[in-house]
Ligand binder design. Structure first.
Ligand code: DX5
Ligand code: ZN
Length: 214
């Protein structure tokens, strides 16, 4: 399993120090991009990603919570994204999802799609073969520090079964309310990557990440 620590939970006056710790203990840096339109919050943009990617050796896991992901993906690629995940709900058709997956792949990086808590994973069926990652949102996107929605477990299991039955390659990533109490259950359901922000960044980061891996 992989741990993706969410930058959203960092203290921005201590950013270099905190990312230094994350770099030592976390597998990925999860970079939440919010446009104040697809979600009711604004986070950070590609310049911050560029500065971090230049100074740190971390896999940059970019989660676009924006209304027009096709417009933004090139600039996040230029800034150092290793994986770009966009939201199914931001797209107007399966064909537009497919076009964007191809565009991300043509840049030479990995492509993921995310679904919100109310979205049935079956909507992704025709796309699963071409995806590197499926991100199951286990809270409503927009804010850190919310409680894990337990219905997400069934969605993770469904995606894990489809993956095994068809020999697909996508990783299953889970984002929102993940902590040391629910990590085991989420991994047992079939998750490969745990995103965690407020749990990891509160207190001892190294010890918190170690508890997720247990
Ligand atoms: C929420 C973001 C999450 C968030 C998770 O919209 O996508 O990545 O940072 O934070 P916690 O772990 O606090 O739920
Ligand atoms: Zn996220």
């Amino acid at each position: 399993m992989l741990v993706a620590t969410s930058l959203l939970a960092c203290n921005f006056t201590k950013l270099a120090e905190q990312i230094n710790t994350i770099e030592k203990h976390s597998d990925w840096l999860h970079f939440d991009v919010m446009d104040g339109n697809f979600v009711p919050n604004i986070s950070f943009g590609s310049q911050i990603l560029k500065d971090i990617a230049e100074d740190f050796d971390l896999f940059m896991d970019v989660h676009l919570m924006v209304k027009d992901p096709a417009f933004f993906c090139e600039s996040f690629y230029q800034s150092g994204a290793d994986l770009i995940t966009f939201h199914y709900e931001a797209m107007d058709s399966i064909q537009s999802c497919r076009t964007l997956i191809d565009k991300i792949h043509s840049l030479g990086i990995k492509a993921g799609i995310s679904i919100k808590p109310a979205t049935d994973p079956a909507v992704l069926d025709q796309l699963l073969e071409s995806l590197d990652l499926v991100l199951v949102m286990s809270v409503e996107p927009g804010f850190g520090g919310q409680g894990f929605i337990r219905e997400s477990l069934a969605k993770i299991k469904t995606l894990a079964l489809r993956k095994a039955a068809n020999n697909y390659r996508y990783l299953i990533e889970v984002d929102g309310g993940v902590n040391d109490k629910n990590a085991h259950e989420i991994l047992s359901a079939g998750a490969d990557v745990l995103v965690s922000g407020s749990y990891i960044m509160k207190g001892d980061v190294e010890a918190n990440i170690a508890k997720l891996r247990k």
